[in-house]
Design a protein around this ligand. Structure first.
Ligand code: GUN
Ligand code: FE
Length: 461
């Protein structure tokens, strides 16, 4: 067990993003983490032989620092950020692939989410979900809960207990949902939201790890009074993030415009209700006009890009125009989307983001270039942090940020044939990193740190 109160000095290879296009690959770095989990020092070139001298020059005597050399084949990267995840869909991932969105919600998702009226069931599934996410190296997740207040509080409690950084939202859905899975009334929908906000403030007063996120499921499932009420709550609580589904698929967009004929697009609709701004996390954004992209940029909204679910559930089967968003300076991160997809791995999501971007490159006759590995990695780390307005805290290893990090290991775990074991002696760190992003999986993630504490994987040594 790592000694409380001591600083930790990681010594070895470190890889992180400085921006969308700048990946920093450091073969021998020294990263000092303070007792409260903040990054105290980051020396980018520190050969093993110079560790003591450099620590001394930083006025860090040996007895105050626990030195943690990375083993051969290991390197450090920032923790992954999942900007769009439905925790109650953990047990339904992969079901209903190929279905159109409203049919999929009706047939697969609502019957499943309705089960979270049972707190015992919620505790069991949410516990497994958070463990599973941490195992995938997801140190930060923005979760939609079900509509139930009790289950949503349990989800927040468990994130805090297990040490996952999370946004947790009671899902607002007061209409166009089946009687067995619908808020009792617009007022009740807002009251339960307020209760969840109060609960999460009580368990984590400073929002150190967990925050409530205002979560109108989408305009279709919310009475105008609910959208209005949530906009007012957003105004009263300027620290709370907001999330919703946005321009996901034709079926959904058509139904939205029929319900809200006074608007001609979703950007104007959500802006009208006070739900668009720098803390808005808009999932999907597959079908965007020039006007709506201008609005997102002007309002500094973030996009949760979910390329797996976009190409398997929804009906559009075309992922969002990410290159166009990046060109315009719109914030973008990655989302696994839980049930809407088939994988809770950000590595899988990075790969699918690349594949989807190659299709976009062809469809745009070469104008929208496919994503590079560095860009896909940025989206899953620093880009996600920006979307969650957490870029001052996490996303890379800048000094004064918090240490949310993964130890990646290429040791192959003995005889497990599924694990990436392809690193060759002559491979440089850049090549090893590329192999990890394209072929690695959770078995290569040997330790997960959130705020400097080990969330998974042994003794931290
Ligand atoms: N739109 C409204 N609810 C959902 C959901 O649960 N998943 C997806 N992909 N889209 C939605
Ligand atoms: Fe979703």
């Amino acid at each position: 067990m790592t000694a409380e109160g001591k600083m930790k000095a990681f010594v070895g290879p470190v890889i992180h993003s400085l921006s969308a296009s700048e990946l920093e690959i450091l073969p021998s770095a020294l990263l000092v983490v303070g007792p409260k989990g903040g990054i105290a020092h980051f020396v980018k070139d520190c050969p093993w032989s110079e560790v003591s001298t450099i620590l001394a020059s930083l006025h860090l005597p040996a007895h105050l620092v626990e030195i943690l050399p990375l083993k051969p084949g290991e390197f450090l990267i920032p923790g992954f950020v999942d900007t769009h995840n439905h925790a109650p869909q953990w047990a339904q991932r992969g079901l209903g692939q190929g279905m159109h969105i409203l049919d999929w919600l009706d047939k697969i998702t609502f019957p499943n989410e309705a089960r979270f009226s049972d707190p015992g069931y919620a505790r069991c599934v949410y516990s497994s979900c958070i463990d599973g996410m941490l195992r995938q190296g997801i140190t930060t997740a923005s979760y939609y809960g079900s509509l139930h207040g009790e289950a949503t509080k349990i989800l927040a409690d468990l994130c805090l207990d297990k040490g996952q950084r999370a946004f947790v939202g009671k899902c607002n859905m007061s209409r166009n949902s089946p009687a067995y899975y619908c808020d009792a009334s617009p007022d009740e929908s807002l009251e339960v939201t307020e209760e969840c906000i109060a609960h999460i403030r009580a368990i984590d007063p400073d929002g150190r790890l967990v925050k409530h996120v205002l979560t109108p499921r989408f305009a279709i499932s919310c009475h105008p009074e609910v959208l209005e009420g949530l906009g007012q709550i957003a105004k009263r609580h300027p620290d709370l993030p907001i999330q919703t589904h946005f321009n996901e698929a034709d079926q959904e967009m058509k139904a939205t415009m029929e319900l809200f004929p006074q608007f001609t697009n979703e950007a104007d609709l959500y802006e009208h209700y006070g739900l668009l701004g720098r803390r808005s996390i808009l999932a999907h954004c597959c079908h965007m006009t020039d006007y709506e992209m201008q609005r997102l940029k002007a309002l500094d909204c973030g996009v949760a890009h979910c390329p797996i679910s976009n190409m398997t559930v929804g009906g559009g089967f075309m992922a969002a125009p990410i290159r166009e968003f990046m060109r315009r300076g719109i914030k973008v991160g990655l989302g696994t989307d839980s049930g809407g997809g088939f994988s809770s791995s950000i590595l899988d999501t990075m790969r699918q983001a690349m594949i989807a971007s190659y299709a976009r490159e062809v469809a745009s006759q070469g104008r929208d270039k496919g994503l590079t590995i560095a860009e896909a990695f940025f989206l899953g780390t620093l880009g996600g942090a920006q979307v969650c307005c957490l870029e001052d805290k996490i996303g890379n290893f800048q000094v004064d940020k918090e240490f949310d990090a993964l130890v990646i290991s290429l040791d192959g775990r003995g005889d497990d044939p599924g694990v990436m074991t392809v690193a060759e002696d002559e491979d440089g760190l850049g090549t090893i990193f590329e192999k990890f992003v394209m072929t690695g999986d959770d078995r290569n993630i040997s330790k997960v740190f959130v705020q400097g504490l080990l969330a998974k994987g042994g003794d931290g040594a």
